[in-house]
Design a protein around this ligand. Structure first.
Ligand code: ADP
Length: 481
């Protein structure tokens, strides 16, 4: 029964260690999970060695297991104090270091002096029955009393450290701090205290029972995994909320950019509608004539049809662009992306006498991304460039959209180059910060959002370093589909 129980606990510890280790691999900054993973390994190691102790046939064999028990115990204590350090973030560093140094000294001494840190000698074993199984426990032994005091001091320092860290966290206030502090107090401190008392009663021969760390290591692990699990769920919920907010912000920014283009877009729409009205008048006059010219009428209808498509095309793009939209990754043709955006800025650019040119490498591979979001990036860069070149003379307002493949990196690189006043070096980082704007009607979110979008696509967005009088180049990369 003991063998089954200990093996079962060991298996649970290893499974929890694997889960925590995986959590840490996914998010390397989450060191608390790494410490729980180590605690799981320590608990399983402890369980294995404790089984060895309980099944020892001779005092000699028992001594060897006893010596090795120190290794998982050391690992477990380090994991527990460092877990509290990373989880509560309020520990006193000097206390933490004192504990680490003391426990390290203990493990070194343990392997230098025979048979172990705790005992001068283990002379005889005694058999006892535990949960229906015969197991070996210490019969007669000589403990190293003074060293044991040292161990006891280190244990009390561990307790003091944990209680102090939890108390400081508690005093920070807020339900989150209190919950975390309470989890450490109930999940670690209480079982640790019981185990210290129990282990010393065994070492000094008051209790004749097996030494065990497995149960409290495992207990602490379960409570902490539960507490950490709650945190992870809360964090995930907050992340989703943030994602939703970012989505709303991106949409608001798209609507704002469309607003900046509104007058040019209205102009673009009025043209086909006015042409259609004129064509309808012409058709009516033709029909009212004695001998309507059918060829002429067909040509007029073709014109009406073309103008109608033009208007519908612009309106569709505007609607797609301003709608609330969840990210949808798909392979995209770079030329289509550029055409989408050109359709929206073309009239604004010609209003401002900006000459738009393309320098696209032919046969570009497709990129992986969300069509609306990537159009948003390109549109932001183009609208900024149009604003930038406005300060230049009429014949010096050039904007070029460049695209080329970088096969070595599996990326496509796009750039928007303009002949505007450029960006001073000291503002090269500032312009990407939210709400940074030099425009009286600017929101300052365009570049911040564009960078977020590009990075969410696994790419980078940066300003190319060049002499300021040569204008500005914003370059970004996208992954090949
Ligand atoms: P907004 O356009 O609302 O100001 P952005 O984040 O798009 O917000 O741009 C932030 C600032 O970066 C602009 O106000 C402008 O000062 C600067 N900037 C952006 N693009 C260019 C450019 N092509 N040339 C010069 N300055 C630019």
């Amino acid at each position: 029964m003991v063998t089954i129980l200990w093996s079962l606990c060991g298996t649970v510890a290893i499974a929890l260690a694997a889960v925590c280790g995986w959590l840490w691999l996914v998010e390397r900054r989450d060191r608390a999970s790494l410490m729980l993973c180590l605690l799981g390994v320590a608990a399983a190691g402890s369980g294995f060695i404790e089984l060895g102790l309980m099944h020892s046939a001779t005092a000699e064999e028992f001594s060897i297991w006893q010596r090795w028990l120190m290794a998982p115990v050391f690992l477990g204590f380090m994991a527990v104090v460092l877990f509290a350090h990373y989880y509560l973030e309020t520990g006193r560093l000097w206390l933490l270091w004192t504990i680490i140094v003391m426990r390290s000294a203990m493990i070194v001494l343990n392997f230098i002096f025979h048979p172990s840190f705790n005992f001068v000698s283990i002379d005889t074993l005694r058999q006892m029955s535990l949960l229906g199984e015969q197991i070996s426990v210490i019969g007669t032994a000589v403990p190293r009393t003074y060293w044991q005091m040292f161990a006891l001091v280190s244990l009390f320092l561990v307790m003091a450290y944990l209680i102090d860290t939890a108390a400081r966290r508690w005093r920070k206030g807020g339900p989150d701090s209190r919950r975390k502090a309470l989890a450490v107090l109930l999940g670690i401190v209480l079982p640790l205290f019981s185990t210290i008392v129990y282990a010393h009663l065994v070492v000094f021969g008051v209790l004749r029972a097996p030494l065990s760390n497995l149960l409290w290591f495992l207990g602490a692990l379960v409570v902490m995994v539960y507490a950490l699990g709650r945190d992870i769920i809360a964090k995930r919920r907050a992340q989703l909320e943030l994602l939703g907010l970012r989505e709303q912000l991106a949409q608001a920014e798209r609507v704002s950019v469309l607003g900046q283009l509104a007058s040019a877009l209205a102009h673009e729409l009025i043209q086909p509608l006015t042409a259609t009205a004129a064509n309808v008048d012409a058709a009516r006059m033709e029909l009212e004539s004695e001998k309507p010219d059918l060829k002429e009428l067909r040509a007029i209808l073709d014109d009406v049809n073309r103008d109608d498509h033009r208007a519908v095309d612009i309106l569709t793009r505007m609607r797609q662009f301003s709608r609330r939209h969840a990210i949808e990754m798909q392979p995209l043709v770079v030329e289509d992306l550029v055409q989408d955006v050109l359709a929206l800025v073309h009239s604004e650019a010609s209003d401002k006498h900006a000459v738009l040119a393309l320098a696209m490498q032919p046969g570009l591979p497709r990129v992986l991304g969300d069509r609306v979001h990537l159009s948003q990036v390109l549109l932001n860069l183009l609208v900024n460039s149009i604003h930038a070149v406005e300060s230049r003379p009429l014949d010096a307002r050039g904007i070029v959209i460049e695209a080329r493949a970088n096969d070595a990196k599996g990326e496509v690189e796009l750039a928007v180059r303009d002949s505007g006043p450029g960006i001073p070096d000291n503002l090269a980082d500032e312009v990407f910060k939210p709400f940074f704007t030099t425009k009286s009607n600017g929101m300052g979110m365009g570049l911040a959002l564009s960078r977020t979008i590009v990075e969410a696509h696994g790419g980078r967005l940066w300003i190319e370093r060049m002499a300021q009088q040569d204008g500005a180049v914003f370059r970004f990369t996208l992954k090949r589909a």
